[in-house]
Design a protein around this ligand. Structure first.
Ligand SMILES: Cc1ncc(COP(=O)(O)O)c(C=O)c1O
Length: 359
């Protein structure tokens, strides 16, 4: 039987949803070690205490995980002094971005975010059938919060503030974020996407836990994938008051956070001191790389995350090729720039070497 090309019938808008472009693995280059610096992962090996927790939990993999992740929720609750009722988990904070949009916006509604920013926002918005409102970044690559305020309409349902911003590494100051939240109608959900907040010096971080307590429309979104070094386990968490938390728990994939992920992330929270030493290492390397690149004549903006951003416009492809040939897979944004994860010194030195020949 001949079957029509458009069978089985899908939602007409599904095919136009862009694919999520994950950071590529490096292509092998003969005779040299290659480095994956394309996904803002931690280059440090998992901590022994985390490996032990996973090893002990392996015996239970014939069972479904605890669907409420009770022990992990308690660990997060104690760690941040927030009530358990205010915590929801997702299979990575990328899933929670989708759950927030599904919970707030549908056809005819608007989801606002800066652009360029985290590429999952437009994808989830389109999946929900809602409309993206992308507000261009300022020339210094940070959010234009004034323009975002001006772009609010009676259809705006949710606004993402990504600080530090992926892929530009820039922040909005704590005061700017607070002023913005105060100016937004409490009808609209405001998401503080803080995937990289641990890489920001403590005195520059917004007091997100106070902001969510004071504002029932604020969601603080965090992840175990970056500073906690557990990208492969897929756990993110949202902290928000009960109304939003209840919606995020309803829209979560049942049993999405595996038992191995639950025990490993709880162990990582206990090892925070060790992990924060690793964060400081990345911060020092970031400063070193940026200083050398500036001395070479490049003009990167400051970065407050575990990556740097080079706006290269039409030079992007050429620089990308040179880095790839040298065994470095970075994240290209065609005709815009490159995002390069700060990793082990050997990888960072390689980046510096390649770029020195291209400025
Ligand atoms: C800004 C931002 N938010 C959220 C995420 C999602 O991270 P994960 O799903 O690994 O928690 C990322 C990942 O790159 C990100 O850059």
């Amino acid at each position: 039987m001949r079957v029509a090309e458009n069978f089985p019938r899908l939602r007409p808008d599904i095919e136009s949803i862009p694919d999520y472009k994950a950071g590529a693995r490096p292509k092998p280059v003969a005779g040299i070690t290659t480095f994956k610096v394309s996904s803002n992962e931690s280059h440090h090996d998992p901590l022994p205490s985390v490996i032990d927790a996973i090893t002990n939990a392996l015996r239970d993999i014939n069972r479904y995980p605890d669907p409420s992740s009770a022990e992990l929720v308690s660990a997060i609750s104690e760690h941040f002094s927030v009530p358990r009722e205010n915590i929801s988990l997702g299979t990575g904070s990328v899933a929670l971005c989708g759950q927030i949009i599904q919970s707030t916006a549908g056809p005819g509604d608007e989801v606002m975010y800066a652009w360029r920013s985290f590429e999952a926002y437009p994808i989830w918005t389109q999946i929900a059938g809602a409309t993206s409102v992308q507000v261009p970044l300022l020339p210094d690559e940070s959010h234009d919060l004034e323009a975002m305020k001006a772009a609010i309409t009676d259809r705006t349902r949710v606004i993402f503030i990504c600080s530090p911003n992926n892929p530009t590494g820039q922040i909005s100051s704590a005061q700017e974020i607070e002023n913005f939240i105060q100016s937004v109608s409490p009808e609209i959900t405001v998401v503080l996407d803080e995937a990289y907040v641990e890489y920001l010096p403590g005195d520059m971080r917004p007091d997100s836990m106070r902001l969510y307590r004071e504002h029932p429309n604020v969601v603080v979104l965090r992840t175990f994938s970056k500073a906690y070094g557990l990208a492969g386990l897929r756990v993110g968490y949202a902290i928000a008051q009960e109304r939003i938390t209840a919606a995020l728990r309803k829209t979560a994939l049942p049993f999405g956070v595996s038992n191995l992920a639950q025990v490993a992330t709880a162990a990582a929270l206990k090892a925070e001191t060790e992990l924060m030493e690793r964060v400081e290492f990345v911060q020092r390397e970031r400063t070193r790389v940026l200083d050398v690149l500036r001395a070479q004549g490049w003009k990167p903006e400051e970065s407050y995350a575990n990556f740097i951003w080079l706006r290269l416009n039409e030079q992007t492809e050429k620089v990308y090729q040179a880095l790839e040939e040298a065994g470095l897979s970075v994240r290209p944004f065609p005709n815009e720039g490159l995002r390069i994860t700060i990793a082990e010194p050997e990888a960072n030195d390689r980046v510096i070497d390649v770029l020195s020949g291209l400025v």
